[in-house]
Design a binder for this molecule. Structure first.
Ligand SMILES: Nc1ncnc2c1ncn2[C@@H]1O[C@H](COP(=O)(O)OP(=O)(O)OP(=O)(O)O)[C@@H](O)[C@H]1O
Length: 285
Protein backbone atom coordinates (compact mmCIF):
# COMPACT_ATOMS: atom_id res chain seq x y z
CA UNK A 1 0.00 0.00 0.00
CA UNK A 2 1.35 3.38 -0.92
CA UNK A 3 -0.02 6.80 -0.01
CA UNK A 4 1.41 9.05 -2.72
CA UNK A 5 5.02 7.97 -3.00
CA UNK A 6 5.09 6.65 0.56
CA UNK A 7 4.97 2.90 1.03
CA UNK A 8 3.12 2.19 4.27
CA UNK A 9 2.59 -1.57 3.84
CA UNK A 10 5.44 -3.59 2.39
CA UNK A 11 4.49 -7.14 1.46
CA UNK A 12 2.17 -8.00 4.32
CA UNK A 13 1.62 -11.75 3.91
CA UNK A 14 -0.81 -13.57 6.17
CA UNK A 15 -3.46 -16.24 6.37
CA UNK A 16 -6.14 -16.05 9.00
CA UNK A 17 -7.94 -19.35 9.49
CA UNK A 18 -11.65 -19.85 9.94
CA UNK A 19 -12.76 -19.78 13.56
CA UNK A 20 -9.48 -18.26 14.71
CA UNK A 21 -9.05 -15.20 16.90
CA UNK A 22 -6.17 -13.33 15.32
CA UNK A 23 -4.62 -10.20 16.82
CA UNK A 24 -2.73 -7.59 14.84
CA UNK A 25 -0.42 -5.57 17.07
CA UNK A 26 1.97 -2.76 16.34
CA UNK A 27 2.97 0.76 17.33
CA UNK A 28 1.05 3.88 16.25
CA UNK A 29 1.36 4.41 12.53
CA UNK A 30 2.54 0.83 11.84
CA UNK A 31 -0.23 0.24 9.28
CA UNK A 32 -2.82 -1.79 11.23
CA UNK A 33 -5.83 0.34 10.32
CA UNK A 34 -4.70 0.53 6.68
CA UNK A 35 -4.43 -3.29 6.58
CA UNK A 36 -7.84 -3.78 8.19
CA UNK A 37 -9.49 -1.20 5.94
CA UNK A 38 -8.13 -3.01 2.86
CA UNK A 39 -9.57 -6.28 4.17
CA UNK A 40 -12.93 -4.64 4.93
CA UNK A 41 -13.12 -3.25 1.40
CA UNK A 42 -12.95 0.41 2.57
CA UNK A 43 -9.55 1.09 1.06
CA UNK A 44 -8.21 0.12 -2.36
CA UNK A 45 -4.78 -1.48 -2.14
CA UNK A 46 -2.02 -0.34 -4.48
CA UNK A 47 -1.00 -3.92 -5.34
CA UNK A 48 -1.08 -7.49 -4.08
CA UNK A 49 -3.67 -10.23 -3.62
CA UNK A 50 -6.35 -10.24 -0.93
CA UNK A 51 -9.19 -12.73 -0.31
CA UNK A 52 -11.66 -12.29 2.51
CA UNK A 53 -14.22 -15.11 2.85
CA UNK A 54 -13.10 -16.13 -0.64
CA UNK A 55 -13.77 -12.75 -2.22
CA UNK A 56 -11.51 -9.88 -3.24
CA UNK A 57 -12.74 -7.04 -0.98
CA UNK A 58 -12.60 -4.60 -3.90
CA UNK A 59 -15.34 -6.69 -5.56
CA UNK A 60 -17.30 -7.43 -2.37
CA UNK A 61 -21.08 -7.06 -2.88
CA UNK A 62 -23.84 -6.56 -0.29
CA UNK A 63 -24.16 -10.29 0.33
CA UNK A 64 -20.43 -10.49 1.10
CA UNK A 65 -20.59 -7.37 3.26
CA UNK A 66 -23.49 -8.89 5.21
CA UNK A 67 -21.18 -11.72 6.32
CA UNK A 68 -18.79 -9.27 7.99
CA UNK A 69 -19.17 -7.52 11.31
CA UNK A 70 -17.30 -4.30 11.96
CA UNK A 71 -16.57 -2.66 15.29
CA UNK A 72 -14.77 0.43 14.17
CA UNK A 73 -12.40 2.76 15.98
CA UNK A 74 -14.27 5.95 15.15
CA UNK A 75 -17.78 6.07 16.39
CA UNK A 76 -20.60 6.78 13.97
CA UNK A 77 -22.89 9.69 14.58
CA UNK A 78 -26.30 8.43 15.58
CA UNK A 79 -26.71 10.65 18.62
CA UNK A 80 -30.41 11.35 18.15
CA UNK A 81 -31.42 7.69 18.04
CA UNK A 82 -32.48 5.75 21.07
CA UNK A 83 -30.29 2.72 21.80
CA UNK A 84 -33.01 0.09 21.26
CA UNK A 85 -34.26 1.76 18.06
CA UNK A 86 -30.78 1.92 16.59
CA UNK A 87 -30.02 -1.75 17.22
CA UNK A 88 -33.47 -2.69 15.81
CA UNK A 89 -32.80 -0.54 12.75
CA UNK A 90 -29.41 -2.16 12.08
CA UNK A 91 -30.97 -5.63 12.55
CA UNK A 92 -33.24 -4.96 9.56
CA UNK A 93 -30.26 -4.88 7.21
CA UNK A 94 -29.45 -8.56 7.79
CA UNK A 95 -31.24 -11.75 6.74
CA UNK A 96 -30.85 -13.53 10.11
CA UNK A 97 -30.17 -10.93 12.79
CA UNK A 98 -29.86 -11.45 16.51
CA UNK A 99 -32.82 -10.46 18.63
CA UNK A 100 -32.13 -6.77 19.56
CA UNK A 101 -33.45 -7.20 23.10
CA UNK A 102 -31.28 -10.23 23.80
CA UNK A 103 -28.32 -8.50 22.22
CA UNK A 104 -28.64 -5.45 24.48
CA UNK A 105 -28.69 -7.83 27.41
CA UNK A 106 -25.52 -9.56 26.15
CA UNK A 107 -23.62 -6.25 25.91
CA UNK A 108 -25.04 -4.94 29.20
CA UNK A 109 -27.15 -2.10 27.79
CA UNK A 110 -30.66 -3.24 28.76
CA UNK A 111 -31.03 -0.35 31.21
CA UNK A 112 -30.11 2.09 28.42
CA UNK A 113 -32.60 0.73 25.82
CA UNK A 114 -34.66 3.95 25.77
CA UNK A 115 -31.77 6.34 26.27
CA UNK A 116 -30.54 8.70 23.55
CA UNK A 117 -27.25 7.53 22.07
CA UNK A 118 -25.79 11.02 22.64
CA UNK A 119 -26.31 10.58 26.40
CA UNK A 120 -24.30 7.35 26.66
CA UNK A 121 -20.93 7.32 28.38
CA UNK A 122 -17.82 6.53 26.31
CA UNK A 123 -17.74 2.92 27.48
CA UNK A 124 -21.48 2.48 26.86
CA UNK A 125 -21.05 3.79 23.29
CA UNK A 126 -18.32 1.28 22.74
CA UNK A 127 -20.66 -1.49 23.96
CA UNK A 128 -23.23 -0.22 21.49
CA UNK A 129 -20.59 -0.36 18.71
CA UNK A 130 -19.99 -3.98 19.66
CA UNK A 131 -23.74 -4.72 19.56
CA UNK A 132 -24.01 -3.14 16.09
CA UNK A 133 -20.98 -5.14 14.96
CA UNK A 134 -22.48 -8.52 15.87
CA UNK A 135 -26.21 -7.92 15.29
CA UNK A 136 -26.02 -9.55 11.82
CA UNK A 137 -24.36 -12.79 13.11
CA UNK A 138 -21.14 -12.16 11.18
CA UNK A 139 -18.86 -15.00 10.07
CA UNK A 140 -15.91 -12.66 10.31
CA UNK A 141 -15.70 -9.95 12.93
CA UNK A 142 -13.29 -7.01 12.74
CA UNK A 143 -12.57 -5.50 16.14
CA UNK A 144 -10.55 -2.28 15.98
CA UNK A 145 -9.40 -1.43 19.51
CA UNK A 146 -12.72 -2.70 20.86
CA UNK A 147 -12.28 -2.14 24.58
CA UNK A 148 -10.94 1.42 24.60
CA UNK A 149 -12.78 3.19 27.40
CA UNK A 150 -14.20 0.03 28.97
CA UNK A 151 -14.09 -0.34 32.73
CA UNK A 152 -12.45 -3.60 33.92
CA UNK A 153 -15.78 -5.38 34.37
CA UNK A 154 -17.03 -4.39 30.90
CA UNK A 155 -13.69 -5.46 29.47
CA UNK A 156 -13.95 -8.84 31.15
CA UNK A 157 -17.57 -9.27 29.92
CA UNK A 158 -16.44 -8.35 26.42
CA UNK A 159 -13.64 -10.93 26.45
CA UNK A 160 -16.08 -13.62 27.56
CA UNK A 161 -18.43 -12.56 24.74
CA UNK A 162 -15.70 -12.75 22.07
CA UNK A 163 -14.56 -16.16 23.33
CA UNK A 164 -18.17 -17.36 23.21
CA UNK A 165 -18.69 -16.05 19.66
CA UNK A 166 -15.57 -17.90 18.60
CA UNK A 167 -16.21 -21.15 20.51
CA UNK A 168 -20.00 -21.49 20.05
CA UNK A 169 -20.56 -19.88 16.65
CA UNK A 170 -17.18 -20.40 14.98
CA UNK A 171 -16.85 -16.66 14.27
CA UNK A 172 -13.44 -15.65 12.92
CA UNK A 173 -12.12 -12.56 14.67
CA UNK A 174 -9.49 -10.08 13.55
CA UNK A 175 -8.59 -7.89 16.48
CA UNK A 176 -6.34 -4.85 16.50
CA UNK A 177 -5.41 -3.62 19.92
CA UNK A 178 -2.75 -1.85 21.93
CA UNK A 179 -3.80 -3.86 24.95
CA UNK A 180 -1.30 -6.69 25.16
CA UNK A 181 -3.09 -8.44 28.00
CA UNK A 182 -6.22 -8.48 25.84
CA UNK A 183 -4.27 -9.92 22.88
CA UNK A 184 -2.64 -12.57 25.03
CA UNK A 185 -5.94 -13.51 26.64
CA UNK A 186 -7.99 -13.71 23.42
CA UNK A 187 -5.76 -14.46 20.47
CA UNK A 188 -4.92 -17.87 19.07
CA UNK A 189 -2.26 -16.19 16.95
CA UNK A 190 -0.69 -12.76 16.96
CA UNK A 191 1.09 -10.80 14.24
CA UNK A 192 3.25 -7.79 15.07
CA UNK A 193 3.33 -5.14 12.37
CA UNK A 194 6.18 -2.63 12.51
CA UNK A 195 6.73 0.00 9.82
CA UNK A 196 4.36 -1.73 7.41
CA UNK A 197 6.00 -5.16 7.69
CA UNK A 198 4.95 -8.24 9.61
CA UNK A 199 7.79 -8.56 12.06
CA UNK A 200 6.60 -11.84 13.58
CA UNK A 201 3.51 -14.04 13.53
CA UNK A 202 2.60 -16.99 15.73
CA UNK A 203 1.01 -18.13 18.97
CA UNK A 204 1.91 -16.07 22.05
CA UNK A 205 4.31 -18.87 23.12
CA UNK A 206 5.99 -18.95 19.69
CA UNK A 207 6.44 -15.19 19.78
CA UNK A 208 8.14 -15.40 23.16
CA UNK A 209 10.53 -18.05 21.81
CA UNK A 210 11.35 -16.09 18.65
CA UNK A 211 12.07 -12.95 20.61
CA UNK A 212 14.37 -14.96 22.88
CA UNK A 213 12.99 -12.96 25.78
CA UNK A 214 14.43 -14.32 28.99
CA UNK A 215 12.68 -15.28 32.19
CA UNK A 216 13.46 -13.36 35.35
CA UNK A 217 14.28 -15.18 38.56
CA UNK A 218 14.00 -13.26 41.84
CA UNK A 219 14.97 -14.45 45.29
CA UNK A 220 16.44 -13.25 48.57
CA UNK A 221 20.04 -14.29 49.15
CA UNK A 222 21.18 -15.80 52.46
CA UNK A 223 22.57 -12.43 53.61
CA UNK A 224 19.10 -10.89 53.10
CA UNK A 225 19.89 -9.10 49.82
CA UNK A 226 17.14 -9.17 47.18
CA UNK A 227 18.53 -10.63 43.95
CA UNK A 228 17.26 -10.91 40.40
CA UNK A 229 18.71 -12.51 37.29
CA UNK A 230 17.52 -12.90 33.71
CA UNK A 231 18.10 -16.27 32.16
CA UNK A 232 17.00 -18.44 29.25
CA UNK A 233 17.05 -21.50 31.51
CA UNK A 234 15.35 -20.62 34.81
CA UNK A 235 15.11 -24.24 35.95
CA UNK A 236 18.91 -24.57 35.76
CA UNK A 237 19.38 -21.38 37.80
CA UNK A 238 16.84 -22.48 40.41
CA UNK A 239 18.53 -25.88 40.62
CA UNK A 240 21.90 -24.22 41.19
CA UNK A 241 20.50 -21.85 43.80
CA UNK A 242 18.88 -24.74 45.62
CA UNK A 243 22.14 -26.70 45.52
CA UNK A 244 24.15 -23.72 46.78
CA UNK A 245 21.80 -22.78 49.62
CA UNK A 246 21.23 -26.41 50.57
CA UNK A 247 17.57 -25.71 51.32
CA UNK A 248 14.59 -23.62 50.33
CA UNK A 249 15.30 -20.46 48.34
CA UNK A 250 13.78 -17.46 50.13
CA UNK A 251 11.11 -15.45 48.24
CA UNK A 252 11.68 -17.41 45.04
CA UNK A 253 9.77 -16.08 42.04
CA UNK A 254 10.15 -17.06 38.38
CA UNK A 255 8.63 -14.59 35.96
CA UNK A 256 8.13 -15.90 32.43
CA UNK A 257 8.46 -13.32 29.63
CA UNK A 258 5.06 -11.76 29.07
CA UNK A 259 3.70 -10.74 25.71
CA UNK A 260 4.60 -7.18 26.73
CA UNK A 261 8.28 -8.14 27.17
CA UNK A 262 8.23 -9.89 23.80
CA UNK A 263 6.44 -7.07 22.04
CA UNK A 264 8.71 -4.35 23.41
CA UNK A 265 11.75 -6.42 22.53
CA UNK A 266 10.54 -6.77 18.90
CA UNK A 267 9.45 -3.19 18.43
CA UNK A 268 12.59 -1.79 20.03
CA UNK A 269 14.89 -4.06 18.04
CA UNK A 270 13.17 -3.01 14.84
CA UNK A 271 13.17 0.69 15.63
CA UNK A 272 16.61 0.97 17.14
CA UNK A 273 19.15 2.90 15.13
CA UNK A 274 22.93 2.93 15.56
CA UNK A 275 23.84 5.21 18.45
CA UNK A 276 20.51 4.83 20.27
CA UNK A 277 20.72 4.06 23.97
CA UNK A 278 20.56 0.30 24.41
CA UNK A 279 22.74 -0.39 21.41
CA UNK A 280 25.84 -0.57 23.55
CA UNK A 281 24.62 -3.59 25.45
CA UNK A 282 23.98 -5.43 22.16
CA UNK A 283 27.27 -4.52 20.54
CA UNK A 284 29.18 -5.45 23.68
CA UNK A 285 27.48 -8.85 23.79
N1 LIG B 1 -5.16 8.68 4.06
C1 LIG B 1 -3.85 8.68 4.30
N2 LIG B 1 -3.00 9.41 3.55
C2 LIG B 1 -1.67 9.40 3.77
N3 LIG B 1 -1.09 8.71 4.75
C3 LIG B 1 -1.87 7.96 5.54
C4 LIG B 1 -3.29 7.91 5.37
N4 LIG B 1 -3.81 7.08 6.31
C5 LIG B 1 -2.76 6.64 7.03
N5 LIG B 1 -1.60 7.16 6.58
C6 LIG B 1 -0.24 6.88 7.10
O1 LIG B 1 -0.02 5.49 6.96
C7 LIG B 1 0.70 4.99 8.10
C8 LIG B 1 -0.09 3.84 8.71
O2 LIG B 1 -1.27 4.38 9.31
P1 LIG B 1 -2.35 3.45 10.04
O3 LIG B 1 -3.49 4.33 10.43
O4 LIG B 1 -2.64 2.28 9.18
O5 LIG B 1 -1.53 2.99 11.34
P2 LIG B 1 -2.03 2.21 12.64
O6 LIG B 1 -1.07 1.09 12.84
O7 LIG B 1 -3.46 1.84 12.52
O8 LIG B 1 -1.83 3.30 13.77
P3 LIG B 1 -2.60 3.58 15.19
O9 LIG B 1 -2.12 2.53 16.14
O10 LIG B 1 -2.10 4.93 15.56
O11 LIG B 1 -4.08 3.53 14.93
C9 LIG B 1 0.90 6.16 9.04
O12 LIG B 1 2.21 6.64 8.87
C10 LIG B 1 -0.12 7.20 8.58
O13 LIG B 1 0.37 8.49 8.79
Amino acid sequence: MTYGSREVLQGVDLDIHRGEIFALLGPNGAGKTTTVEILEGFRRRSSGDVRVLGTDPVRGDDAWRGRLGLVLQSWRDHGRWRVGELVGHFAEYYPDPRDPKELLDVVGLTAQTDQLVSRLSGGQRRRLDVALGIVGRPELLFLDEPTTGFDPEARYDFHVLVEKLSADEGVTVLLTTHDLIEAERLADRIAVLVDGRIRVCGTPAELARQAAARAEVRWTAQDGTPRRERTEDPSQLVWELHRDTGGPIADLEVRRPTLEDTYLHMVNTENRRPGDPGDREDSAA
